[in-house]
Design a protein around this ligand. Structure first.
Ligand code: SF4
Ligand code: SF4
Length: 164
């Protein structure tokens, strides 16, 4: 039997009262943020509009315990395109702060995520240089190379991995 969800109807006011959360209550659920999000493209369950809906419903516990609030890469595309100036990128930062404050994750976890972001850029730089130097310059060659490399990483889920 699944556990009943816990709702905190004051949660939205706590989020909206924090720097970065001020625009929350202006959201009219148009979905523009989700449509342009690069993380939503690769992770269908990451849905900014749904996260806002969950905040408004008061699903505090579920949200603060979710890995999804850590997936955003901070590109600010959602914020730039939002017709209501909601600033979803900053809303997620508020959720992350609350997760740390409420002990859902350790303060060290936030540093780990920051380091993942930094290393991802390093990885991208190394990959581009490698492809350039090896002359891998067609999509077909790249797909083959990518699938071979990803297959070596057992923990990577998704297209091209061997984890499914
Ligand atoms: S784009 Fe803005 S108004 Fe539309 S759902 Fe996203 S946050 Fe809400
Ligand atoms: S800032 Fe985060 S949520 Fe917004 S579009 Fe970029 S990755 Fe998606």
């Amino acid at each position: 039997m699944s556990e009943a969800k816990v709702f905190d109807y004051q949660f939205k006011y706590r989020v909206a009262s924090r720097p970065g959360g001020e625009g929350l209550l202006s959201c009219f659920a148009c979905g523009v943020c989700t449509a342009g999000c690069p993380v939503s493209e690769v992770e269908g369950d990451f849905n900014p509009r749904r996260i806002i809906h969950q905040i408004l419903l008061g699903e505090q516990e579920e949200l603060l315990q979710s890995e999804y609030i850590w997936l955003c890469v901070g590109c600010y595309r959602c914020t730039a395109h939002c017709p209501q100036d909601v600033e979803f990128t900053n809303l997620l930062k508020v959720l992350r702060e609350l997760a740390v404050e409420e002990g859902t994750v350790s303060a060290e976890w936030k540093k780990v995520v920051d380091e993942v972001d930094r290393r991802t850029q390093e990885l991208r730089r190394a990959l581009i240089k490698y492809l350039w130097n090896k002359g891998i310059n067609s999509l077909e060659e790249f797909e083959r190379f990518y699938r071979e490399e990803i297959a070596k990483l057992g923990w990577v889920e998704g297209e091209g991995s061997n984890a499914r």
